[in-house]
Design a protein around this ligand. Structure first.
Ligand SMILES: Nc1nc2c(ncn2[C@@H]2O[C@H](COP(=O)(O)OP(=O)(O)O)[C@@H](O)[C@H]2O)c(=O)[nH]1
Ligand SMILES: [Mg+2]
Length: 438
């Protein structure tokens, strides 16, 4: 396998940049540029020289991690160089002159860590989430996955399943000892009940886990000119951290990522809901209605007292908060509103922010969850189905072989939570979500 090298820190001006090299030739790269290999895992200061003409390239820190005790499981070297573009480019191209060293592809360091058993699949996902984490809740959840929370949970569930399976299989092997078999099956069923309860608890918590990871979506809806965009801009000026905005066209849905007291909230600014002959506007309204249907919370904004919400809002699964806007211009005289605000004067905004933060903490905060991705959900649903199938069989004594088969299916499904799934495509997609150098 070829040795890979890449810049592992972000591109741009910085005090320090880290270049990593992993593979059989990593030691050779150190020797060519920096002289004898340093003591493992100790930073040493070296002049980096061009292997051809000996010209000094930079004054750097060099770290040497011999395999298998490195991030990738291979020999790995790190060069901590000055962060200028020309420095990085000179050092990297000198490293690439060492025979057998090539530029790494996206996620290739992490992929090697996975291939060499240094990280399981869920830990790789945790690392991807850690690099993408924008809020404290996301960071904590990603960190538990990176630290092996999934492997731990899987092991404890697997112990329960295998224990039950052994008991069931014993009754197949010794069919004549009826009483013993009955006792064994009762014990097996008890174990399975406990496992099923644990899996059910994890599944119940999965919505929250995915909300922490993806952010709670709050659709800001209302008729045109209700003040939707102005409210979102006003929130940006308040005590709320705007993490990022993903812009579309004005007719599209705009996502504004907020950090509300450590929880991720995605505000959706959307087209005003009304019937229109304009095709582009119709498309905007269609998209808005679709996002409303999937939102965790809908803010229905109106600057009129007698506004009826769009049917898509009434049909939404989510909670709907009615919000009367522009009260500085048009003081409300009636109507039952959860909040009355003016984005212009700021009246009512702090109350709305507090309410949103409480909602976010309740629905998308708290302790890290275990099921945080669609993939995890699919795995645990499959485990759950196999368990339910086993528990639903009326005659365990007569159907012991079938029960054992259900349990084998549950164990196999469970293995996919952390294991290698055969599906190369899924792995390719996961690793390409990393940048080059990760
Ligand atoms: N006086 C006043 N005008 C507002 C307020 N909020 C929005 N507006 C005005 O109402 C118009 C429509 O606002 P906009 O946010 O674009 O509405 P949207 O179509 O719902 O996004 C703009 O001219 C805003 O300046 C407010 O709280 N007070
Ligand atoms: Mg708008």
């Amino acid at each position: 396998m070829r040795t890979i090298a890449a810049l592992s820190t972000a591109v741009g001006m910085a005090a320090i940049a880290v270049i990593r090299v992993s593979g059989l030739q990593a030691g050779e790269a150190v020797r060519s540029l920096a002289g004898p290999l340093p003591t493992p895992r100790r930073a040493v200061r070296r002049s980096l020289r061009h292997p051809g003409d000996g010209a000094v390239l930079d004054d750097a820190l060099v770290l040497w991690f011999p395999g298998p005790h490195s991030f990738t499981g291979e020999d790995l070297a790190e060069f901590h160089v000055h962060g200028g573009r020309a420095v990085i480019s000179a050092v990297l191209s000198a490293i690439l002159q060492v025979p057998g060293v090539v530029l790494a592809g996206p996620g290739e360091f992490t992929r090697r860590a996975f291939e060499n058993g240094r990280l399981d699949l869920a830990a790789v996902e945790g690392l991807a989430d850690l690099l993408a984490a924008e809020t404290e809740a996301q960071r904590r959840q990603a960190m538990t996955h990176y630290s092996g929370a999934m492997a731990e949970a899987v092991e404890s569930i697997r112990d329960g399943l295998i224990g039950a399976q052994a008991l069931v299989e014993a009754t197949i092997d010794f069919p004549d000892e009826g009483d013993v078999a009955e006792t064994a099956l009762v014990a097996a069923r008890e174990r399975l009940d406990a496992v099923k309860e644990e899996v059910g608890r994890l599944l119940d918590d999965s919505r929250r886990g995915r909300r922490i990871r993806e952010g709670l979506t709050v659709a800001v809806a209302g008729p045109p000119n209700a003040g939707k965009s102005t409210l979102i801009n006003a929130l940006a000026q308040r005590d709320v951290a705007i993490v990022s905005s993903r812009a579309g066209t004005t007719r599209d849905v705009l996502e504004v990522h907020l950090d509300l007291g450590g929880a991720a909230v995605v505000l959706l600014d959307m087209a005003g809901l009304r019937d229109s002959d304009d095709e582009i506007e119709q498309e905007g309204v269609r998209r808005a209605r679709r996002r409303i249907a999937e939102a965790d919370l809908v803010l229905w904004l109106s600057d009129e007292d007698q506004a009826t919400a769009d049917p898509s809002v009434a049909a939404a699964d989510a909670a709907v908060w009615s919000i009367r806007t522009q009260i500085d211009r048009l003081p409300p005289s009636s109507g039952s509103w959860r909040h009355r605000i003016s984005s212009l004067t700021g009246e009512g905004l702090d109350g709305l922010i507090r309410d949103l933060a409480d909602f976010a903490a309740q629905h998308g905060g708290g302790e890290p969850a275990l099921i945080v991705r669609e993939r995890h959900l699919a795995v645990f649903r499959e485990v759950n189905e196999a368990l339910s199938a086993a528990l639903a069989r009326p005659d365990w004594l007569g159907e012991a072989e079938l029960v054992a088969e259900d349990l084998r299916a549950a164990v196999a499904a469970l293995g996919r939570a952390t294991g290698r799934i055969g599906a190369e495509q899924m792995l390719d997609a996961l690793f390409s979500s990393f940048c080059i150098g990760k």
